[in-house]
Design a protein around this ligand. Structure first.
Ligand SMILES: [Zn+2]
Ligand SMILES: [Zn+2]
Length: 360
């Protein structure tokens, strides 16, 4: 809803917004070691990693002559668990929000340059807003899906808004930004696979498609079964989570590095269950679109109207309100389980609302 309102207007956002240029960008992580892949080209499935009899220092084959289908459990698992750079993978997840923050800054800088304006001059005439969601890839590192939009600032004089400039500015920014890994472990950067899609003018169907895509990722978790939805409390806790070897190693690495003074600044232990990532699942610029506050108010109004309508139509007229004592606590384990589930759901919804209102 939030995403779509920022793309085609409605819910308190003017409909003219649908004419503003929009870019849908996917920023990926670099490689931390060879993983099993499900490849397809021209409708044909390809072999995972074709190769000859070469072996890594752990004595394992470096190739995989199997055709994997999408969704197969092995896809995303490293060819050799010991060759895979778990530390950098976890640190990348931890640093990714910082990389994203820098992308937003550099994109504005690049746009100003492309328009031949100073930063101040650009900021006074054009506003760049973002909404972004996080997706975990099968290999346990995060991806960002972002939608960026250019809006003219009212009364600042005409300036042609250009979707190609926007795409170029983001693409450049994604390859420019870096953040140092702590402990002198080099520099974190986005991977080379950057995907950009420009939507200009009347691209109503592509706007809807993008909104649906983004909304889908806003509700996913770091693993398919939700085993990592809760914080990890101890090594024993981790032991009982029933994770794949790969995800388990990622979580273990985050847990282990979290105790290492070299990574003192990164709170990795409390975020071991998210494999090092401690940002927000969804963030947006304040100007992106309507807020959850607006949507909540709208819902409350609707419920209020409905109540009034129902009261008017009721054959009993106004429903009398009377309360009486029924009992304390739960009658059985089923009720208790139901209550606990509801409580957790409510908590998750509250957390999500808070996170969404946090601006990027
Ligand atoms: Zn394979
Ligand atoms: Zn190896």
């Amino acid at each position: 809803m939030l995403v779509l309102a920022g793309l085609e207007g409605g819910k308190g956002v003017p409909e003219s917004i649908a004419d503003h240029p929009v870019v849908f960008a996917t920023l990926t992580a670099p490689s931390f070691g060879a993983v099993h892949r499900s490849l397809a080209k021209g409708g044909r499935h390809l072999v995972c990693r074709p190769g000859k009899a070469s072996r890594c220092i752990h004595g394992r084959t470096r190739f995989c002559n199997v055709v994997h289908r999408e969704g197969e459990a092995i896809v995303g698992e490293p060819i050799c668990l010991d060759c895979y750079d778990y530390e950098r993978a976890v640190l990348f997840n931890a640093l990714a929000p910082e990389l994203w923050r820098r992308v937003t800054i550099y994109s504005r800088r690049n746009l100003a340059k492309l328009y031949g304006l100073t930063q101040q001059g650009f900021n006074a005439r054009v506003r760049l807003s973002f909404i972004k969601v996080v997706e975990y890839q099968r290999r346990g590192v995060i991806h960002f899906h972002a939608v960026a939009r250019l809006d003219p600032i009212e009364g600042a004089g005409p300036l042609e808004l250009n979707g190609k400039y926007l795409a170029t500015a983001i693409e450049m920014a994604a390859s420019q930004v870096s953040a140092p890994y702590p402990g002198g472990r080099g520099i974190a950067r986005f991977g080379e696979q950057i995907n950009l899609q420009t939507i200009e003018g009347d691209g109503a169907s592509s706007r809807r498609g993008v909104a649906g895509y983004v909304a889908k990722y806003a509700t996913k978790s770091s693993d398919d079964d939700g085993v990592l939805d809760r914080k990890i409390r101890s090594e024993v806790d981790l032991e009982f989570r029933n994770l794949t070897l790969h995800l388990r190693r990622l979580a273990e690495t985050a847990w282990r590095l979290g105790k290492d003074p070299a990574y003192g600044d990164l709170p990795l232990r409390p975020w071991a269950h998210t494999l090092g990532f401690r940002g927000h699942w969804m963030t947006k610029s304040r100007q992106w679109s309507t807020t959850f506050k607006f949507l909540r108010a709208e819902r409350a109004r609707w419920q209020d109207d409905r109540r009034k309508r129902l009261a008017g139509n009721s054959v009993f007229g106004e429903v009398p309100k009377r309360y009486e004592f029924v009992g304390i606590g739960w009658r059985n384990a089923g009720e208790e389980y139901f209550a606990a589930t509801k409580q957790r759901e409510m908590f998750e919804v509250r957390v999500m609302l808070r996170e969404v209102e946090f601006r990027s």
